[in-house]
Write a protein that binds this ligand. Structure first.
Ligand SMILES: [Zn+2]
Length: 322
């Protein structure tokens, strides 16, 4: 389809004004080069191509402005926001230059604990499997002694270890992953997340830095006072580091009703946030609750398919809610 036609179709599927649809895109990291252990994460080439398409086909807005204009009924056609979860260093090093080339705004949701530790538990597992020799003792996660294939074929082993650790309590999950990593690598784990100085630089570059709790728990599984601490303390910490209070919030894991509920929406509002995003796969409409804005993710999509996938998701929102 020609660029002209696909732009026209997008505008038909997502008009502006009172009947506007808002599409919030989720990314996590943007890789400098393709990584066989992270097959669904975009490398810079794919990400830059995505950004070029968004810049020519859509109206990309800062998330806080888009949430406000959605409520007011003043969004432009084909309204899109770009978000990144968790606070990876490559958001600043790799993604921001690509965003800036097109003047595109974005929000990065950061979790306090990941910034302080420098790496998340799942990445410790990935980095352990990456560095492991031909055999790896995985008996501590119940998988026994495993013969590993070359790096290009190791991704399924990462998934198996992650599955084995995923539902353990937070501290056990972390210590299990750290133990695996330490057994294989003598050096300290690499820092994959932004540090506090970089977080500050990210905000200086005009990126909206949003809250994502202290420890990334499943909020719905916590007593309410603990959930409140996770949300509010994360916001206070961010305000200290960045120098202004965050207005955007993302629920960890993000499935409405399962990972968070209406009491967490209220807590996010009381903690001073103006909006919050979920991971429900949909577009937001004027009557959407600003504290449960849905998102979509096309990380794995070749850029050539992106206009069509966005159009199709806009159209699906008509079927779902009229
Ligand atoms: Zn997250």
């Amino acid at each position: 389809m020609s660029a002209f036609l696909s732009r026209k179709l997008l505008r038909l599927a997502a008009p502006g004004g009172k009947h506007a649809r808002l599409m919030v895109l989720t990314y996590h990291r943007v890789l400098e080069r393709p990584d066989p252990l992270l097959p669904s994460e975009p490398d810079i080439e794919r990400f830059a191509a995505h950004m070029a398409i968004l810049a020519t086909h859509c109206s990309v807005l800062p998330l806080p402005e888009a949430a406000r204009r959605l409520r007011e009924g003043t969004l432009p056609p084909a309204a899109v926001c770009i978000t990144f979860d968790d606070g990876y260093r490559n958001n600043l090093d790799v993604a921001v230059p690509a965003l800036q080339r097109h003047g595109l705004p974005a929000t990065v949701f950061v979790m306090q604990n990941a910034i302080e530790a420098g790496i998340m538990w799942n990445d410790l597992v990935i980095e352990a499997v990456r560095r492991a020799p031909a055999t790896m003792d995985l008996s501590t996660v119940g998988l026994g002694n495993v013969a590993l294939p070359p790096l290009a074929e190791r991704a399924p082993y990462v998934s198996r270890v992650l599955e084995a650790l995923k539902y353990r309590p937070l501290h056990e999950r972390w210590s299990g992953a750290l133990e695996l990593y330490r057994r294989i690598a003598a050096a300290a784990p690499p820092r994959l997340m932004l540090d506090e100085g970089e977080l500050h630089r990210l905000a200086e570059a005009g990126i909206d830095v949003g809250g994502h709790t202290v420890n990334h728990p499943i909020l719905a599984k916590l007593p309410e006072d603990e959930a409140r601490r996770e949300i509010a303390d994360g916001a206070d910490w961010l305000a200290r580091v960045v120098g202004r209070r965050p207005v955007s919030f993302a629920y960890p894991n993000g499935r409405p009703g399962r990972d968070f509920n209406t009491s967490h929406m209220r807590i996010a509002c009381e903690a001073g946030f103006e909006l919050a995003v979920s991971t429900e796969w949909s577009c937001a409409m004027r009557n959407s609750d600003p504290f449960a804005l849905p998102r979509v993710s096309f990380c794995d999509s070749p850029a050539s398919r992106l206009p069509w996938r966005i159009t199709r998701s806009y159209m699906a929102s008509y079927r779902r809610r009229g």
